[in-house]
Design a protein around this ligand. Structure first.
Ligand code: ADP
Length: 203
């Protein structure tokens, strides 16, 4: 896929509150096409979609409401503290998300889109790392992230910490990065850094 093509596939990842979505929206303004794994992960579990069917087979009809919509809280409670169930849930959802990401990337490759961004909070191997020419990890210090999440999501300090801890560690995010985008100062500085790195990609 990488040979003889005009497009660059850029992966953007980072933990909650790091500023990953802000980086993606700057990239979009600069002309990149952004494929948002979060949006896709919600779409694949809509009523009538294969992922939801598979989840219902695995976890039972109680995870659906009267309209056939996924009851996220019930499902989360079901897998809470059960590593096996969580693994099954993730493998089902990731499979469909990866498939959809690949389809969207193929579509953009056909259009010869210059920069295709895959924005994904979970840097899975299949459907993210294997597709990307380059990966950026957006990185912010723990206290900065906690403050942003509390403000954005109206969470308490403890809730924000627990959300951060439910994700992979900083070390893991940093270990897969070809480029670390530090975001501990203001958005103006972040934009400048993204512009510099975007220009490098296009050179
Ligand atoms: P993520 O997608 O990594 O969870 P977001 O890009 O949504 O993070 O950023 C989290 C929150 O912090 C948002 O409300 C965003 O507007 C804000 N934010 C991001 N970067 C900065 C920054 N450099 N300075 C101040 N606020 C920021």
């Amino acid at each position: 896929m990488k040979q003889n093509r005009k497009s660059i596939i850029l992966g953007v990842t980072g933990g909650i509150g790091s500023g990953k979505s802000t980086v993606s929206s700057i990239l979009k303004e600069l002309g990149a096409v952004v494929i948002d794994a979060d949006v896709i992960s919600r779409e694949v579990v809509e009523p009538g979609k294969l992922a939801l069917e598979e989840l219902t087979q695995e976890f039972g009809k109680d995870i659906l409401d009267d309209w056939g919509q996924l009851k996220r809280k019930e499902l989360a409670a079901l897998v809470f503290n059960d590593e096996n169930k969580l693994r099954v849930l993730n493998s089902i959802v990731h499979k469909y998300v990866a498939k959809k990401i690949k389809e969207n990337v193929e579509e953009q490759l056909l259009k010869q889109t210059k920069v295709i961004v895959i924005d994904a909070p979970i840097p899975i191997k299949n459907g993210f790392l294997d597709l990307c020419d380059e990966v950026w990890t957006v990185f912010s210090l723990m206290e900065v992230r906690i403050e942003r999440i509390m403000k954005r999501n109206g969470m308490t300090y403890e809730e924000a910490v627990s959300r951060i801890q439910s994700q992979i560690s900083d070390e893991e995010y940093l270990s897969i990065a070809n480029k670390v985008i530090n975001n501990n100062a203001d958005v103006k500085l972040l934009r400048k850094e993204v512009e510099i790195q975007f220009a490098r990609l296009l050179r």
